[in-house]
Write a protein that binds this ligand. Structure first.
Ligand SMILES: [Zn+2]
Length: 446
């Protein structure tokens, strides 16, 4: 049905299936609006001939069309807390974060927070995410529902905690597990939604809670799991306090059957070689959150050791310890963080490696690598248009200093201006478009 076809024409940039940067200039990506999937990528001059009834939009030469970005770890109830200062994880959680998370008990407030959360992701070109939800199911229902309307890929579940936590975040056991069961039945595998068992971290979860998660997972092994591990030295210490049945924090997750190819553990700053082997053996993933690790003074992520051990790593903002919703900025932070390490220890990151981390690697963490994170037939039409405006600093650089593609991408990650994202498409539908700027004559001269 050609009348359902739409397309964007311009410079397509993504990572190919060999992991290399791919550039297709003067090309067209064509999708079927009824399915939200890409049906063709072809030279621009053939597009109208092959798809005469399709509606095409031509983008300027200076724009790039990229796959939607994947944020592999972010907290929905912390949407309003970016930039809330603290010196250490536990003080930050109890002083700022937990009181804010308790506010999502109020449904109207939770709904507003869900809207802001999604809007901020779309403004940065993020189309998919692994999300720590609220402790309250009805708050998560708002987010599940928004994601469903937009066609987003989202892994989401209640933040589970029952130990060393304020009473405002706790629910009776019977109520909590009944609600988890209902949420799984209601949302899991609906379009691109995946229910995710989300024990916050070991210091906040009793053994009974971890055991219950393991039991649910045995019954329904295709559920996702997320948690935090080896984030700060104090957190590692508290995690291992009195533990006799596991050699290390990762071993605790293994012991309760919570390490699977659908597990995403955030941070892993202090994982030893044994733990990395354990993660790799189970096919579990790690979400690397560089700005969060810097913000809380957690430590420097050993990216290279994870890669050498064969652990799959995705990039993540970890809002609100992370400093923004921008995966671009996060990519820049990943580079800066690695530069703190000795040359033999750091993973060299360039535009290609960082784009891979933001797209294909993230899609793999979500188990959706065959259908998103790249631009080609069969993939979802999750697309981002990167087009710095002429009046911005990045725009002026694009205009005056032509650079190789890898450099241009790297520069976008380093400068990371909010205004550089012109549009975001999810499953072929326009989900965000930057308002047109008023034009003044001097703008074109910069
Ligand atoms: Zn987190």
């Amino acid at each position: 049905m050609t009348e359902q076809m739409r397309g964007l024409c311009g410079h397509l940039v993504d990572i190919d299936d060999k992991g290399r940067l791919r550039s297709r200039t003067e090309s067209a990506v064509v999708w079927d609006e009824s399915t939200g999937r890409i049906v063709d990528v072809l030279p621009q001059e053939q597009a109208t001939q092959h798809y005469p009834q399709a509606i095409f939009q031509r983008l300027p030469h200076s724009a790039m069309i990229l796959p939607g970005l994947v944020d592999t770890h972010i907290h929905y109830p912390q949407t309003r807390m970016v930039g809330t200062s603290a010196v250490e994880l536990f003080a930050w959680l109890s002083g700022h974060i937990w009181p804010e998370e308790a506010l999502l008990r109020e449904p109207v407030f939770a709904e507003e927070v869900a809207r802001v959360f999604v809007r901020q992701m779309l403004r940065q070109g993020t189309t998919s995410a692994v999300v720590f939800g609220s402790q309250f199911a009805y708050a998560n229902a708002h987010l599940f529902d928004l994601a469903l309307q937009l066609g987003m890929a989202l892994c989401l579940g209640e933040t589970l905690q029952d130990t060393d936590s304020p009473s405002g975040l706790l629910q009776e056991d019977a109520v909590l597990w009944k609600s988890v069961e209902q949420q799984i039945a209601l949302w899991h595998n609906r379009d691109r939604l995946r229910y995710t068992l989300s024990p916050r971290f070991v210091p906040s979860c009793s053994r009974q809670m971890l055991d219950r998660c393991g039991a649910i997972l045995r019954e329904q092994p295709d559920l996702f799991v997320q948690s935090h591990v080896n984030e700060t030295r104090m957190e590692v210490e508290r995690t291992m306090q009195g533990v006799t049945d596991a050699p290390h924090p990762i071993g605790i997750f293994a012991r309760y059957g919570l390490l699977t190819p659908r597990t995403v553990l955030a941070h892993s700053v202090y994982s030893n070689d044994d733990e990395l082997r354990c993660l790799a053996d189970h096919g579990a993933h790690v979400a690397h959150c560089p700005s969060s690790n810097a913000f809380l003074g957690s430590g420097v992520f050993p990216y290279r050791r994870h890669q050498q051990a064969g652990v799959h790593v995705g990039l993540a903002t970890d809002v609100a310890a992370g400093v923004s919703f921008s995966m671009w900025r996060e990519a820049g932070h990943a580079f800066l963080t690695q530069m703190r390490l000795a040359e033999t220890e750091r993973l060299p990151l360039d535009g290609e490696a960082l784009l891979r981390a933001m797209t294909r690697d993230g899609a793999r963490v979500m188990g959706m690598q065959d259908e998103m994170g790249w631009i080609g037939s069969g993939a979802w039409a999750d697309l981002v248009v990167l087009h710095p405006r002429p009046h911005t600093y990045l725009g002026s650089l694009e205009h005056s200093a032509q650079a190789p593609l890898d450099q241009r991408l790297f520069r976008a990650m380093t400068v990371a201006e909010d205004e550089m994202i012109a549009a975001t498409y999810i499953a072929g539908s326009l989900a965000f478009q930057r308002d047109p700027m008023p034009r003044w004559p001097w703008m074109d001269e910069i």
